[in-house]
Design a protein around this ligand. Structure first.
Ligand code: SF4
Length: 339
């Protein structure tokens, strides 16, 4: 089932303070458009995406529910028109955990909002404080509970490698988030963007950026938690269409196809844990996962050849679901079973 968001960015609008790692202007060099431009964009998406199963008008990059009510009303009403015509399923936006309460939801109820994404980032108080998030775990628990009880789809954004974070705290955060049963999750390993407070912290030696290798091994565990719980991870890794984005990354575990890299590593790890016999290694996977099982750029094939002198042979098998494989007649899930 294909879903498309018609994205509108409100860089930092409504943010009550600046989180140390954040520069939304670099991620999307846009601002909320005037009405005419808004309509043009929605209609262009509708024309180009006739085959999509569902579409939402989405407001990202800031704290939507902190915007002045008049601004919220203007864009919610505009978006609601398209939902009323049946062209769009609903409205989604991202906001802060301390910017959702029953009064705010009462206001939103007048509009066809379907999905609320909360920037949770970490469940560890030290990490939240060191990252200057300006909210605590109680805000996270309250807001997620309100969003779910009031019948909205809940999306949660988490980050790894924030100041004060470590392997255990990231895994703890993933466990806490999974227990909240969101409809989907986005995972963003922390990047040090030029001009941010985090870059200053790094330059003063107060923050050490994470390496890609430790991020991959951590992501194996975190993805395993969400896969096991059937919670879709709809994004892993920061992405931007801004051509200047990559040149403004000062440090951190950046890769343009990080999710694919992580899934490849999961295939490698699960297979290696079960490796038996000798000679060629024969796997069967879903047709969608053949290249991932071979590894990003053939990395897994190279790994097994160099380490074990064995050739990895991956076969497509229509009957297999995604994110698992068949090895030596046994069905193996991609998630770590002994978490
Ligand atoms: S992370 Fe969210 S709340 Fe923090 S500065 Fe960025 S947009 Fe604002």
């Amino acid at each position: 089932m294909s879903h498309i968001n018609i994205p509108f960015f409100l860089p930092h609008m409504g943010c009550t303070q600046r989180c140390v790692y954040c520069d939304q202007n670099l991620i999307a060099n846009e601002k909320l458009p005037a009405e005419e431009e808004f309509r043009r964009k929605v209609e262009a998406y509708l024309e180009a995406s006739k085959k999509a199963d569902s579409m939402e008008i989405a407001f990202f990059g800031g704290s939507f529910t902190v915007l002045p009510r008049e601004v919220q009303k203007k864009y919610l009403s505009l978006a609601a028109e398209y939902v009323g015509k049946g062209a769009i399923r609903g409205i989604r936006f991202s906001t802060r955990p301390d910017a959702i309460d029953h009064e705010i939801i009462n206001f939103l109820e007048e509009y066809p909002v379907t999905t609320i994404e909360l920037g949770v980032q970490s469940a560890d108080e030290r990490v939240l404080t060191a990252s200057k998030r300006g909210h605590d775990l109680v805000d996270i628990l309250k807001s997620t509970s309100i969003v779910k009880r009031r019948g909205y789809r809940l999306g949660i954004q988490m980050m790894t490698g924030l100041p004060g974070d470590d392997y255990e705290r990231s895994v703890y955060t993933a466990d806490k988030i999974a227990a909240l049963r969101p409809q989907f999750v986005r995972i963003y390993p922390t990047l040090v963007l030029k001009g941010t407070i985090l870059e200053q912290m790094m330059n003063r030696g107060e923050y050490i950026p994470w390496e890609i290798e430790e991020t991959l091994e951590l992501a194996d565990v975190i993805m395993s938690i969400f896969l096991r719980e059937n919670i879709p991870v709809i994004r892993l890794g920061l992405y931007s269409e801004n051509p200047d984005f990559e040149s403004n990354i000062a440090a951190g575990p950046y890769h343009p196809a990080l999710k694919s890299l992580v899934l490849s590593r999961m295939y490698r790890n699960r297979l290696e844990e079960r490796l038996a016999g000798s000679g060629d290694i024969h796997l069967k996977v879903s047709p969608f996962d053949v290249s991932t099982a071979y590894g990003h750029g053939g990395q897994n094939r190279q790994y097994f050849m160099e380490k074990y002198g064995r050739r990895l042979c991956v076969k497509s098998e229509e009957t297999l679901p995604r994110y698992c494989f068949e090895y030596q007649g046994r069905h193996v899930p991609l998630y770590k079973e002994n978490l």
